[in-house]
Design a protein. Sequence first.
Length: 401
Amino acid sequence: MTIDSAQAGRPSRKELGRLLLETRSMTPDWAPTFAAVDRAAFLPDVMWPFDMDKGASVTVDRAADPDAWYAAADSNVPIVTQWDDGKHTGTAPGKVSTSSSSMPSVVYAMLQAMAVEEGMRALDVGTGTGETAGALTHRLGGRNVVTVEVDRSVSGRARERLCALGLYPEVVLGDGFQGYAGPAPYDRVLATVGLREIPGAWIEQTRSGGLIVAPWGTHYSNADAVARLVVRNGTASGPFTRPVEFMKLRAQRLSLADHSEYASAGATESADTSTTTVTEGELITGRYTAVPFALGLRVRDCTQAVAEKREGARPVWFYGLSDRSWACVMFRDGEPEAKVWQSGPRRLWDEVEAAYRWWVGRGEPDHTRFGLTVTPEGQRVWLDDPADSWAVRVAERGPGG
């Protein structure tokens, strides 16, 4: 698609630029790039922006409602551009979002964190719509930017949009988990997909003193944070800068067994029971909060599933990823304690509660007090000081990617 010349100076786009500057998501040195690289030029005619009020993706069709389409393009919201690895048909939202245009505030905050300088070489993992590769190309020049995408159709469309704007990074079809060794070493590596493991290939392909900027988290939840890692002597280490949520690198998606394989009908009758004084409000704190991120750092091989509240009751389930351990805590409005059921080799709720008490006891640290260190021996996370670290398990790679 092309952008109508009458739309080039859209007031809504100028307002978005002002918002990014005022919130310091974008520094002034990136403003010329924002002006030149229009997000709308990278979006499909039918897309699915996230409606903050509804809490869900909604369909916007440029042909049917161009005003709504441009308003969405110029909003600080994520926009899904592909569902179900391209198998989705129709205009209604699909099941799993598999390619998107990230929130502009997140995109430009991550670009800012890269601290790029003229002449640097950058690897962009997860081409997606091509906007981030376009921004890097505008700043560094096409000869200095490589962008990698695993999905052939997504990569092809991004290439077309980049070329239409006169932006010519090297567009590579491949598994971003492997990086791209040809032009290495890079000064900067940027990932716009969520990771559970920082690949060793990225560290090997980054020069000493270079940076890796990537969303990272655990399978406990979708609560990730941007890691800003300095590469030296075969290791990468640094703090987390801000909370984010990203769709996962295809090689690192969680494949969870069905609930019935953990807790069959009547399983609660034979499970261990107890109660807890941890409240629903303490455990379920919403998007971009520190609690789920911190719990994921402390409770290994576990994922949380929060059910909808019905008639004043909300169950929260926990599933083991290395065995069939499970736990459920039932919060009920007005009751001072919640009932807990646990079964399997591990007592998952006991581990979650201990992790929560640990977090409270250390002053309820936010994302920026945590950090990540990656070595050939594995990944370690830390609080305040890399010397105070503990190991986190390496994510198992799924098929494809």
